[in-house]
Design a protein around this ligand. Structure first.
Ligand code: ADP
Ligand code: MG
Length: 353
């Protein structure tokens, strides 16, 4: 083997240039002999500028203890799986001493960009953490609901009693009514908690989505028109029946319509649009609003329990909706533009699997 065997043009073309990792060669004097294209990309150093230059000069911008390839040459210590961050990239570096017989002829560094894998790992870790959080919430909610719901029922009962007993006292009746309303709100929050914590299996039935949407509109419209919101319904003709739990999907659509309405405090248009995706055998229901929209940086928080931007929000509506749709093997996509509006695109498979 000759000293420049590693840098044979054919070896370079057939091997290093095709590698997914960055490769850097230095000779026994610490001068750069070769870097491949991938290495150029990672280090932002061009081969023609670096060729023949001192490694320590080319990488002067890095801390000297990160000159792994040079350290290998100077100390004979080889590195395996050194993890470091450079320009926001997660890199893993290996180095080896190059020898021809007993003679040291240089060193080689192999740098792999593992950012994609790292980001995927981080996402998985995040999902795991969310799952753990949910499990804790579920335990807490179950215990809490039991403890709180009973005294609340008693409070509401006595408030109602007072209201009836002193029905000629307007002030007292008014206060009693406030107590009852507030207790009802608290009960709603607890019920939402419980539903998220212990989701019910959907009771699937083949049925028309159209009749459900008419029911939803009947509920949503009075409040919407009071808030200067026009409700529109666009449906595709001959929409096939779909398999779903009526109460659960009703809850999802009411949640989405409520959010849409709340996003349009100055009024606007709430459109419900349905259609059939033949290729996927799915029904879709779009809830569109012309409201404030969702800032890009907030999109990833949608569906995270307790995430809310509203003073009186519980931040549970979307979490529950996502978990219901997930249990139906469907999906929810969100498209939004700040100041323009938002579209929640709900897809449900027509057949249960
Ligand atoms: P809540 O309505 O109690 O805040 P949700 O889970 O229903 O909880 O919604 C979470 C957050 O998502 C809201 O606080 C809001 O910031 C955002 N959001 C949801 N739907 C819309 C929408 N149609 N337009 C703008 N923002 C929305
Ligand atoms: Mg909501």
């Amino acid at each position: 083997m000759t000293d420049n065997f590693f840098l044979d043009q054919q070896v370079i073309q057939f091997f290093y240039e095709k590698m997914n990792s960055g490769v850097i060669f230095i000779n026994a004097q610490g001068n750069i002999q070769y870097i491949n294209r991938q290495c150029e990309k990672i280090t932002n150093v061009k081969l023609e500028e670096a060729l023949g230059q001192k490694y320590s000069d080319v990488f002067a911008h890095l801390p000297a203890d990160e000159w792994y390839t040079l350290i290998t040459l100077e100390t004979g210590k080889e590195f395996k799986n050194i993890q470091h961050i450079h320009n926001g990239m997660y890199l893993v570096t290996d180095t080896s001493l190059l020898k021809n017989g007993n003679k040291i002829i240089g060193a080689v560094g192999i740098i792999k960009d593992v950012s994609e894998i790292r980001n995927m790992e981080k996402k998985l870790e995040k999902t795991e953490r969310e799952k753990e959080k949910l499990a804790i919430i579920s335990q807490m909610a179950a215990g809490m609901a039991h403890e709180i719901k009973n005294p609340l029922t008693a409070v509401r009962g006595f408030a109602q009693l007072l209201k009836h007993k002193y029905c000629d006292n307007d002030t007292l009746a008014k206060y009693a009514k406030i107590i009852m309303d507030e207790v009802d709100q608290a009960t709603r929050v607890i019920t939402d908690f419980l539903q998220l914590a212990r989701p019910k299996e959907p009771e699937l039935m083949k049925q028309s989505i159209h009749s459900l949407i008419e029911e939803i509109i009947a509920i949503v419209e009075p409040r919407a028109s009071y808030e200067n919101i026009v409700v529109k319904y666009k449906t595709q003709k001959d929409l096939p029946d779909c398999t779903f739990d009526r109460n659960q999907i009703k809850q999802v659509l009411l949640n989405l319509c409520k959010n849409a309405t709340e996003a349009m405090p100055e009024g606007g248009v709430l459109t419900i649009k349905t259609g059939y995706l033949q290729g996927k055998n799915e029904i879709y229901i779009d809830i569109l609003d012309t409201g404030c929209g969702i800032p890009h940086k907030c999109m990833e928080n949608l569906g995270v329990p307790f995430y809310t931007t509203k003073a009186n929000g519980t931040g549970l509506g979307l979490s529950i909706s996502y978990s219901i749709i997930h249990a139906h093997r469907g999906r929810i996509e969100v498209y939004s533009k700040e100041g323009v509006g938002t579209r929640f695109h709900v897809c449900l498979p027509c057949e249960s699997s």
